[in-house]
Design a protein around this ligand. Structure first.
Ligand SMILES: N[C@@H]1[C@@H](O)[C@H](O)[C@@H](COP(=O)(O)O)O[C@@H]1O
Length: 259
């Protein structure tokens, strides 16, 4: 795992740079798209680089990490809508190039199996963007999630519902249930890029990178991945025991290596 500690305002450009480099060498790459506030600066940087003509998504495909159960089509907080608004509307994905789990499915296990099959049919995810919850979740894999889990329905913890309440008119409106790619699904992406900023994430970032690999901290599954990049600001890095070592390593890294 590579941990990069940089000012928050550089994180979006760095993560976008990894996506741009990927699309330059593989224009039909499959992107794993996350929601929450963490990837927003990356999406803004990608939109800007697209506007400048530096990157095209015309042949790229995208798969959402997760989705709320039961939010009506068109609901502004439905993750399918969020990704449309925050990224697709500003770049040139082909129609239907981005897919998400069906949070309105009546046969949930079938919808989840179908989502896994659709990811596999596109050749798997090349680069998966991730945030991290304050309880160490990635996607919506809450503590206790099997490290081998596949796309399935999960129940949100009260902490995650409270954290996400800011996006809804009232805390009661946050759905209790979600569909999420499993930790086993996420691990199959070829490159994981996790973004975390702010002191509220410091404990989770420490547990993810420096604690045991454990279902109790689902993000710790990144320790099992051969190419995981973690982009954090000073506040989110605040509990990292080896922060100085990570800084030293990144400072000496040749630029040609990329992320
Ligand atoms: N399902 C999403 C996660 O993918 C995201 O990582 C997390 C953190 O969100 P934020 O980036 O807003 O802190 O929120 C939600 O629970």
């Amino acid at each position: 795992m590579e941990i990069v500690i940089v000012p928050a305002e550089r994180i979006g450009d760095l993560a976008a740079g990894a996506v741009v480099a990927l699309l330059a060498r593989k224009p039909d790459a499959v992107l794993g798209l996350a929601t929450g506030s963490s990837p927003l600066s990356t999406y803004a940087a990608l939109a800007e680089r697209h506007r400048r003509g530096e990157v095209s998504f015309a042949r790229a495909r995208g798969f959402l990490l997760d989705e709320y159960v039961g939010l009506a089509a068109g609901h502004p907080e439905r993750y399918r809508e969020v990704v449309r608004r925050e990224l697709e509307d500003s770049v040139d994905f082909a129609a239907d190039a981005v897919q998400g789990p069906d949070g309105l499915a009546t046969d949930v296990p079938a919808a989840c199996a179908d989502y896994e099959a659709r990811i596999a049919a596109e050749g798997g995810v090349d680069l998966q963007l991730l945030g991290i919850g304050t309880d160490g979740h990635i996607g919506f894999n809450e503590p206790g999630s099997s490290l081998a889990s596949r796309t399935r329905i999960k129940t949100l913890t009260p902490q995650t519902r409270a954290d996400n309440a800011r996006f809804f008119a009232s805390p009661d409106e946050v759905p209790h249930h979600v569909l999420t790619q499993g930790l086993g699904t996420i691990r199959e992406a070829r490159h994981l890029v996790l973004v975390a900023t702010g002191a509220a994430k410091a404990e989770a970032v420490h547990a993810m990178a420096e604690g045991p690999v454990s279902a109790f901290c689902p993000a710790s599954v990144l320790q099992l991945h051969p190419h995981a990049t973690v982009l954090v600001d000073e506040a989110a890095a605040g509990r990292l025991v080896l922060a100085d070592y990570y800084r030293h390593t990144y400072a000496g890294k040749p630029e040609w290596q990329g992320l």
